[in-house]
Ligand binder design. Structure first.
Ligand code: SF4
Ligand SMILES: [Zn+2]
Length: 146
C-alpha cells in the first residue's frame, strides 16, 4: 500500500504516510487522523502554505535542519551554500519542486520525491565514505581523520 494523505480532524494537521500517527504531533489528539484527498489537502494548505521561496529562507531552513542534528550540519562553505540554494530554487521554478541541484529527476514523480533537498543523504554511499552528501551541502559533524 502506498502513502496517502491524512488530516487531524481536531487541528487540521496534515500527514503523508502509509498510516497516520497514533497521536497528533500538534494538538495531541489520539486517533484523530482521517484519510483525505489531494484537493482537500491543497485547500487546507492554501496558496501560501508551506511556501519557502526565497534564497534566505531556504538557507535558514537548511541551517536549522543541521543545527538540530547531532550527526551532521550545513557546510561552512558559504559559496557552495549560495550556489546550491540557487540551484534548488531554479529547479523549483522549472520543475516544480526543490530538487537536488546535483542530480537529474527521472520524471517519475514518486521516485523523484527522493531527490527533494534535503534528501535522505545519510544512506548514500557517498556520505558514508566521504562524510558529505552528494553535493557537499551537509557534512558530518565529526569527520574522522584518516
Ligand atoms: S545530495 Fe545534498 S544537496 Fe543533494 S538533495 Fe541531498 S542533501 Fe540536498
Ligand atoms: Zn491535531
Amino acid at each position: 500500500m502506498g502513502k496517502r494523505l491524512w488530516r487531524c480532524h481536531v487541528c487540521n494537521d496534515l500527514h503523508y504516510g502509509i498510516n497516520p500517527p497514533e497521536v497528533c504531533p500538534t494538538c495531541g489528539a489520539k486517533r484523530a487522523f482521517m484519510l483525505i484527498d489531494h484537493d482537500e489537502a491543497l485547500r487546507i494548505i492554501g496558496p501560501e502554505g508551506g511556501e519557502i521561496a526565497t534564497q534566505e529562507t531556504v538557507i535558514d531552513v537548511w541551517r536549522r535542519f543541521g543545527e538540530q542534528s547531532p550527526e551532521f550540519k550545513l557546510t561552512e562553505k558559504g559559496e557552495e551554500v549560495d550556489l546550491l540554494s540557487k540551484g534548488v530554487l531554479e529547479n523549483r521554478a522549472i520543475k516544480g519542486l526543490k530538487y537536488c541541484p546535483c542530480r537529474i529527476p527521472t520524471g517519475d514523480f514518486q521516485k523523484d520525491l527522493n531527490l527533494i533537498c534535503p534528501c535522505n543523504f545519510l544512506r548514500q554511499n557517498a556520505y558514508k565514505e566521504t562524510g558529505e552528501c552528494w553535493c557537499g551541502l551537509f557534512v558530518k559533524r565529526h569527520k574522522e581523520v584518516p
